[in-house]
Write a protein that binds this ligand. Structure first.
Ligand code: NDP
Ligand code: AKG
Length: 411
């Protein structure tokens, strides 16, 4: 089942639990707007290259649409559609005043030079600039993009619309980015994991962790868990996977990575086959890379007691069923990785106010938002006698449905 079919299935299940009217259910599922553009750029060698870019704007009942832009070879319209829909439910779960959107360009960022990436980002922005904006749709980083990508979008957009820092979040601090945004998704993962473990009388410091992905989300999650005394015993990225039963030295691994080293050349760990990573013995498994990595093939062998979905849609529905039957507790993406969009919201607010918060305030507010969402999520689980994923979906879908009904249907 692809990501869109799986996300829509979860939505329909939540709509049924909530007893939503069928017309409303249908209208909430259909995206507001789907944009597909061709982006042709001159490569550094003088040849031309074309890439397809997408932006799906799913829903704006609760506010401007919000969501990241992904650069990855596997970007396709159905996946972007699913990720945009997830953003609608995620912003509602987090109680930030946004709808949902997502974008992507089918490309391999590692195979493009910095100037090719800049040209591609600027051409994409030229093609979508009149459909995004501070009060319509606000992009942010996702896989394969970063603060520099956001700086180019902000600059290109501002050529058409005047100085507009709040059109994107996740910007460099020097251009109006928020302190704490770079770490925010990983920090939110830490706060969400702490809240979940506490329900079971456990804590970060007494637990072992396996993390897939060592990019923005994975590396921050690993560092913050390590700082809190958690033992990260295995970790992997595209270049390979390693383990150390005594706990990996995460600051040393960060240094190794920042100096251009590959995972498998890190001396503080033993190389393992990447297929072993997700089924490695541990208390808590945190996928922080691609979607669909937990599936019917590997789910029966998962040994973790808790899965924290830091990636978007890492667990396909078949794996979800298998894990539930095995008694594995899965903390769903639309709550677990919402720290990124929460601090994006703080960045947008700061840009509009023209006032910068200190990092302590950002982290304190993030903690409040994550804890409050967890309490509301738990209440929905109790009300509908459902698991955490359905608790999060019913919470998000109900808030969007209420906003839609309050705004009214009459033309
Ligand atoms: N950035 C954000 O604020 C948010 C991100 N997310 C989600 O978190 C996930 C990660 O995003 P982010 O950290 O920003 O992305 P990055 O591009 O910064 O990092 C992605 C990481 O995943 C690794 N990776 C890619 N493919 C594989 C694979 N097949 N096997 C193992 N590792 C792999 C990459 O390895 P390598 O470095 O070797 O290429 C890299 O370490 C995505 O699902 C994203 O949608 C969710 C909410 C917010
Ligand atoms: O920070 C944001 O606006 C969105 C981040 C994102 O794309 C996500 O949460 O999946």
């Amino acid at each position: 089942m692809n990501a869109l079919a799986a996300t829509s299935r979860n939505f329909r299940q939540a709509a049924r639990l909530l007893g939503l009217d069928s017309k409303l259910e249908k209208s909430l599922l259909i995206p507001f707007r789907e944009i597909k553009v061709e982006c042709t750029i001159p490569k550094d060698d003088g040849t031309l290259a074309s890439f397809v870019g997408f932006r799906v704007q799913h829903d704006n009942a609760r506010g401007p649409m919000k969501g990241g832009i992904r650069y990855h070879p596997e970007v396709d319209p159905d996946e972007v559609n699913a990720l945009a829909q997830l953003m609608t439910w995620k912003t509602a779960v987090a109680a930030v005043p946004y709808g949902g959107a997502k974008g992507g360009i089918g490309c391999s960022p590692d195979e493009l030079s910095r100037s090719e990436l800049e040209r591609l980002t600027r051409v994409f922005t030229q093609k979508i600039h009149d459909l995004i904006g501070t009060h319509t749709d606000i992009p942010a980083p996702d896989m394969g993009t970063n603060a520099q990508t956001m700086a180019w979008i902000f600059d290109e957009y501002s050529k058409f619309h005047g100085h507009s820092p709040a059109v994107v979040t996740g910007k460099p601090i020097d251009l109006g980015g928020s302190l704490g945004r770079d770490a925010a998704t990983g920090r939110g993962v830490l706060y969400a994991t702490e809240a979940l473990l506490a329900e079971y009388g456990k804590s970060i410091s007494g637990s072992t962790f396996v993390i897939q992905g060592f990019g923005n989300v994975g590396s921050w999650a690993a560092q913050l868990i390590h700082e809190k005394g958690g033992k990260v015993i295995a970790l992997g990225d595209v270049t390979g996977s390693i383990r150390n039963k005594a706990g990996l030295d995460i600051p040393a691994l960060m240094k190794h990575r920042n100096e251009g080293g590959h995972m498998k050349n890190f001396h503080g760990g033993e190389v393992i086959d990447s297929s072993e990573l997700l089924v490695h013995e541990c208390d808590v498994l945190i996928p922080c890379a691609l979607g669909g990595v937990l599936n019917r093939e590997n789910a029966p062998d998962v040994k973790a007691k808790f899965v924290i979905e830091a990636a978007n849609h890492p667990t396909d529905p078949e794996a979800d069923e298998i894990l539930t039957k095995k008694g594995v507790i899965v903390l769903p993406d639309i709550y677990a990785n919402s720290g990124g969009v929460v601090v994006s919201y703080f960045e947008w607010v700061q840009n509009i106010q023209g006032f910068m918060w200190d990092e302590e305030k950002v982290n304190m507010e993030l903690h409040k938002y994550m804890n409050s969402a967890f309490q509301h999520l738990k209440a929905m689980c109790k009300l509908h006698d459902c698991n955490l994923r359905m608790g999060a979906f019913t919470l998000g879908v109900n808030r969007v449905a209420r906003a839609t009904l309050l705004r009214g249907w009459e033309a």
